[in-house]
Design a protein around this ligand. Structure first.
Ligand SMILES: Nc1ncnc2c1ncn2[C@@H]1O[C@H](COP(=O)(O)OP(=O)(O)OP(=O)(O)O)[C@@H](O)[C@H]1O
Ligand SMILES: [Mg+2]
Length: 251
């Protein structure tokens, strides 16, 4: 199986005069789990927002399931958990159940109330992330890591074919993090969900994902974990650029 889910070709993006993405090309294939790494400010979140149509496509070409971005409307197929999604304060007036139900609005339409089937789906998604006992709890009264799980449930409830996760395990403890990667692996194995996961944890990415892309405004590497480990020092120098300036030092 080697169907292309996402095709990104020659994408560039700038904020004003600040060129953040330069000539980015890659493909995500059916069932692929791609780790996206790169230093702070390298353009990872921007790249995700461009491929999701949250930011306008300024230059280049993007296709989801063979359809140009502008003509693609099947967004419930794609689950997205943005960076710092877990920033609800204690006053936010919604329960876990309600927040997860919001993940269905793409399918239901805003005015349609969820029926029995939809409610079942919501409860199933909450159970998948191990949050059943908190179903009626106000979202603001959960810890950051627990909120993060609720957002993952929200992205799962529309039964997506693809998950786009921007640093989903920040603020999550080691045990929950291990469970989270286990969950991703199950979703990948049982439902062949493809993923792009942004993380600063190079170790986790190279053991849990099946391809890795290193971004620093450009893609400096895209390959499998074996190649990544073999070339790691060179890749890091290229994409993170440490000690490049040392070469010009006088002494
Ligand atoms: N809305 C915006 N307007 C202007 N500049 C922005 C905006 N969002 C991001 N930037 C700039 O674009 C660059 C890339 O930001 P981006 O958030 O994509 O990086 P990142 O790789 O996700 O970083 P991090 O690892 O810190 O999350 C940074 O220099 C940032 O300051
Ligand atoms: Mg980011």
């Amino acid at each position: 199986m080697n169907t292309t889910v996402l095709d990104v070709q020659h994408v560039s993006h700038r904020y004003g005069t600040n060129q953040v993405l330069e000539d980015i090309s890659f493909q995500l294939h059916h069932g692929e789990m791609m780790g996206l790494v790169g230093p702070n400010g390298s353009g990872k979140s921007t790249l995700l927002k461009v491929i999701l149509g949250v930011l306008p496509l300024q230059q280049g070409k993007i296709e989801w399931f063979g359809q140009p971005l502008g003509k693609f409307h099947d967004w419930p197929k794609i689950g997205y958990v943005s960076q710092k999604a877990n920033s609800f304060n204690s006053g936010f007036p919604a329960t876990v159940e309600e927040v997860v139900t919001m993940g269905l609005t793409g399918r239901l339409g805003l005015l349609h109330r969820p029926g029995k089937k939809e409610k079942e789906r919501v409860h199933e998604a909450i159970a998948t992330v191990g949050m059943s006992e908190f179903t009626s709890r106000n979202i603001g009264r959960l810890s950051g890591g627990q909120q993060q799980r609720v957002f993952i449930a929200r992205s799962l409830v529309s039964d997506p074919d693809v998950l786009i996760l921007d640093e989903p395990t920040v603020g999550v403890d080691a045990h929950s993090e291990a469970q989270f990667y286990e969950l991703l692996r199950n979703l990948n194995e049982e439902k062949q969900i493809s993923m792009i996961l942004v993380s600063h944890d190079l170790g986790a990415v190279s053991t849990k994902m099946n391809t890795i892309a290193c971004l620093n405004h450009r893609i400096h590497f895209h390959g499998n974990p074996e190649e990544f480990e073999r070339m790691r020092p060179e890749i890091l120098l290229r994409s993170y650029g440490h000690d490049v300036h040392v070469l010009h030092h006088d002494h």
